[in-house]
Design a protein around this ligand. Structure first.
Ligand code: AMP
Length: 121
């Protein structure tokens, strides 16, 4: 079980969060600063700091993130119209919390993936 990140404390229910799903491998909770009507973070219970730290042992857990994302999209009623799954990595990826997590974002048209100014920089 995770023990030493901010998200670990949410996973272990030491810090309050709006948890929408939890099992032995992952925990999902609503983002505190939602960018769309649905914005959920799906987090491995095990601390993996970034995608750069992923190992072959993590393959089942990381695949499970997609199974949970699909279920939550259905639960949220956004599966039919589509949504975005996003994992930030490191400084250029603008990762803020170094406990790997997948963003599930949807509930409105999201536009292009990168804003014009980022694409042109
Ligand atoms: P990232 O930039 O991919 O590391 O995303 C970190 C996300 O965590 C941001 O979207 C934050 O809004 C979100 N976040 C930070 N603190 C909390 C919290 N206590 N509960 C829920 N979401 C949080």
């Amino acid at each position: 079980m995770a023990e030493n990140t901010f998200f670990s404390k949410i996973i272990q229910r030491e810090i309050p969060a709006d948890i929408v799903f939890q099992d032995e491998r992952v925990t999902a909770f609503r983002d505190i600063n939602p960018q769309a009507p649905t914005h959920i973070l799906i987090v491995p219970n095990k601390v993996i700091p970034t995608v750069n730290d992923v190992s072959p042992d993590d393959e089942n857990t990381l695949g499970h993130l997609f199974i949970v994302a699909k279920k939550l999209a259905e639960d949220e009623g956004i599966a039919e119209h589509g949504y975005r799954l996003l994992i930030n990595c490191g400084a250029h990826g603008n990762q803020e919390v170094f406990h790997l997590h997948m963003h599930l974002v949807g509930g409105k048209p999201l536009g292009r993936m990168l804003s014009r100014n980022v694409r042109e920089e």
